[in-house]
Design a protein around this ligand. Structure first.
Ligand SMILES: Nc1nc2[nH]c(SCC(=O)O)nc2c(=O)[nH]1
Length: 276
């Protein structure tokens, strides 16, 4: 299994880690820590050193309740970092954005992948993904970040999310985006209760069976607070790393994580235990 962009191929024979780099003042987990480009670059290169195969750059927080950011501000945050990172590393760079203009400018600056929590539904997003020839991650979200956690409801969350992603894949094909550039993501915490998230985790093999690399993003998310009945960062990190191990055993291809070194270790153990 691999993921192609216009001039890079990501080998997914074994699951890889996508290191999260939020250059946003309000990101829930590390908001504001890496806003200056030099510090952000340092952190990105550190994650590469720890074994990240992808660095996911985000300029707009999509945590529940987050305020939207205009595209000029978002580009001001992400483009200097993408340019600097491209100049210092050949790591796969993804841009975590829903805005077509930001997609285009980020790819022109050196990004290889568009990570879109709206699955290219914004007007112009499919065209941007097609024209840039970037790899794309299509993620499921029910509703909008500001309100998605109010009362999410599904007939059958696994079937509903798979059906949505299937429809988005069809839209990508119609737009001329090759299957080899697509990965899929159930969107943990994006319009899901704890029970919905657990059902999706339990059924990751079904998503894997749909034939596209599966990206899993549970890192430091509040679903673990509800599961464990208490909230501290180390507890969220332990649960995230354990989930990474589980996802790897179920065939996930990409694990999105704030804690790269620990997640790389979990995937190394999963590979060692697999009969491959
Ligand atoms: N593909 C993908 N992209 C994401 N961007 C965020 S933003 C909130 C956070 O960093 O937890 N979450 C995800 C995720 O789960 N999947």
């Amino acid at each position: 299994m691999q993921l192609n962009s216009r001039n890079r191929t990501l080998d997914l024979a074994r699951p890889v880690v996508m290191g999260i780099l939020n250059v946003t003042p309000d990101s829930f987990s590390d908001g504001g820590a890496y806003v200056e480009t030099a510090r952000a670059l340092d952190h990105a290169l550190g994650m590469v050193e720890q074994g990240a195969a992808i660095v996911d750059v985000g300029g707009e927080s999509t945590r529940p309740g987050a305020d939207p950011v205009d595209e000029r501000e978002e580009m001001a945050r992400v483009l200097p970092l993408i340019e600097a990172l491209r100049a210092h590393s050949d790591v796969f760079i993804s841009i975590d954005t829903i805005k077509p203009r930001v997609m285009r400018e980020a790819c022109a600056a050196g990004a290889d992948m568009i990570n879109d929590v709206m699955a290219l539904r914004a007007p112009g997003a499919l065209e941007a993904a097609c024209d840039t020839q970037a790899a794309v991650c299509l993620m499921h979200m029910q509703g909008q970040p500001r309100t998605m956690q109010k009362a999410p409801v599904y007939d059958d969350v696994v079937a509903d999310v798979r059906s949505f992603l299937g429809a988005r894949v069809a839209a990508c094909r119609d737009a001329g985006i090759d299957d080899s550039r697509i990965c899929l993501d159930p969107g943990f915490g994006f319009g899901k209760t704890l029970e919905h998230n657990l059902a999706l985790m339990r059924n990751l093999h079904a998503f894997v069976g749909d034939g596209y690399p599966v990206l899993v993003g549970v890192s430091r998310k509040s679903m673990f607070v509800k599961l464990h009945g208490h909230d501290d960062m180390s507890s969220r990190i332990h649960a995230s790393v354990t989930s990474a191990f589980w996802a790897a055993t179920q065939g996930a291809g990409i694990i999105r994580s704030h804690d790269v070194a620990h997640t790389v270790e979990a995937l190394t153990l999963a590979a060692a235990l697999a009969d491959n």
